[in-house]
Design a protein around this ligand. Sequence first.
Ligand code: IDP
Ligand code: MG
Length: 134
Amino acid sequence: MERTFIIIKPDGVRRGLIGAILQKYENKGLKIIAAKLMDVSKELAQKHYYEHTSKPFFNELIEYICSGPVLAVVLEGNKAVTIVRLLNGATKVEDALPGTIRGDLATSTTENLVHGSDSVDSAKREIALWFPEL
Ligand code: IDP
Ligand code: MG
């Protein structure tokens, strides 16, 4: 069994898509281990996205993640990291295929509804950052 970390980003919460998005993961057999609806501090957002610090979209990304409550979730299941990335769909709005969360529901590359850890190591780091109590 593998664990991964996802965020339903502020646009997902604002648009009332928490249920629809979680259903995708649950339908695929992933189990919710922990979940919390929370406001994100600038400090947490910057730590989470540290690898993008030098990117031109970094400030916009931090503003967006801090623009309203998010749902932070730990999921567990067979190949959870890879499966979540497939269900989320490609990062760029024009590349996200129909059938994926982003492909069906997202309208921009910045505001793309969901985050999913990109590796088992990232998942461990992100779970420790967002759920120190676990
Ligand atoms: P991922 O979320 O698919 O792993 P990353 O490359 O890690 O994609 O980028 C993190 C987040 O930064 C994306 O989910 C998206 O919200 C935002 N982002 C990525 N690339 C761009 C871009 O080219 N323009 C604007 N925002 C971007
Ligand atoms: Mg990423």
